[in-house]
Write a protein that binds this ligand. Structure first.
Ligand code: PEP
Ligand code: MN
Length: 357
């Protein structure tokens, strides 16, 4: 099977669905059947080795799950995909007849592991999907593709699952859309699938992420689907039922692909990058004001005034030197700094003068 060709030829979105983890034979058969009754997906996914952040989480049923996955795929006539992280996984997955392999985000970060998997597959004709690394490093993601290309693989697909951040009020993994967009520019032959499940981390938030990926002309979606999400052994908050999957997919507004005229395509990409940076500026400003409030609390307790002129002048001088070095005009940066300072004082003022509970 050539996955790349299938994806490019499929009308958007190419859909990959299935549970986060294989749990049992009956769980796999049931979810495959229910998915099939609700929506005709193109690839059935499930993990048997689960790289979990904490060791006390469920880490997958292992080898036995491969045959349950393959059997479930056969029962609905859909090829199956699973995650591999080392040469042992590769050997077992190939033996079981898994059709497509994917490299997980925690493996893509490690060039040794990626190389080991690529080397263990030399001479094997199988499509590979590569998730972005957990850290927002485009080159590390590209490097993983190159390792497979050097090992003779052409049938490669990217999966965008977001990037790990310490403080994530909105997403489980920040989408940083500018990174997959840059991958589209650098490796236009590689289709990109969005994984809104791992980006949003919550089933209520899947839709806007999926819609955005369609608006950005992604080729497909990978969505974790479970017959009984609340009882799932992993990632229960982000999994949806097969019926929920069909509802989500049917709600998507699919706009026409961008007109492939050079200029328009370029403008669209640049605007998306700019908008992504503005998002980050807003988010950082919000974080900054939260810190100002914490400082305000402290000053209130200690009876210190808000305005520390000397400290503020020092900051301004340092930042204006920095502005020069970055090629930003001092006037512009001074205005920005003053505006931030004013807003920060407003926030500190708010906490300083709130009535004591
Ligand atoms: C998964 O797809 O279940 C998974 C573990 O994903 P990721 O590698 O994106 O965390
Ligand atoms: Mn998962």
């Amino acid at each position: 099977m050539n996955l790349q060709e299938r994806i490019w030829q499929h009308s958007r979105p190419f859909v990959i669905a299935g549970p986060c983890s294989v749990e049992s034979q009956s769980q796999m058969m049931t979810v495959a059947k229910e998915i099939h009754e609700n929506f005709k997906i193109s690839l059935l996914r499930a993990g048997v080795w689960k790289p979990r952040t904490r060791p006390d989480s469920f880490e997958g049923v292992g080898k036995i799950g491969l045959s349950w996955l393959v059997e479930a795929g056969k029962s609905i006539g859909v090829p199956v995909a699973t995650e591999v992280a080392n040469s042992h996984h590769v050997e077992l997955a190939l033996k079981a007849g898994v059709d497509v392999l994917w490299i997980g985000a925690r493996t893509t970060v490690n060039p040794f592991a990626v190389q080991e998997v690529a080397d263990s597959l030399i001479g094997v004709d199988i499509p590979i999907m590569i998730k972005n690394p957990i850290n927002p490093d485009l080159n590390l993601w590209i490097g993983a593709f190159e390792r497979f290309q050097n090992a003779g693989f052409e049938d490669l697909t990217a999966i965008h699952r977001g990037f790990s951040v310490y403080n994530h009020p909105k997403y489980r993994n920040e989408p940083n859309w500018e990174i997959p967009i840059a991958l589209m520019e650098k490796m236009p032959q590689i289709p990109i699938i969005c994984d809104p499940s791992h980006i949003s981390g919550k089933r209520e938030r899947l839709f806007p992420v999926a819609q955005k990926s369609m608006d950005l002309n992604f080729s497909g979606l990978m969505i974790e689907t479970h017959s009984n999400p609340n009882e799932a052994w992993s990632d229960k908050e982000q999994q949806i039922t097969p019926k929920g999957l069909a509802d989500l997919l049917n709600r998507l507004v699919l706009r026409k692909s961008m007109i492939k005229e050079e200029g328009l395509m370029y403008m669209e990409l640049q605007r998306n990058k700019i908008s992504e940076i503005d998002d980050q500026i807003f988010f950082l400003l919000k974080n900054r004001m939260e810190l100002a409030e914490e400082v305000g609390d402290y000053k209130r307790e200690k009876g210190i005034t808000i305005l520390q002129t000397e400290h503020w002048m020092e900051i301004i001088n340092q930042r204006l030197v920095q502005a020069d070095k970055l090629g930003l005009s001092q006037e512009f940066m001074r205005e920005i700094l003053d505006a931030i300072h004013q807003e920060s004082i407003r926030h500190q003022n708010m906490v300083m003068n709130k009535s004591k509970e």
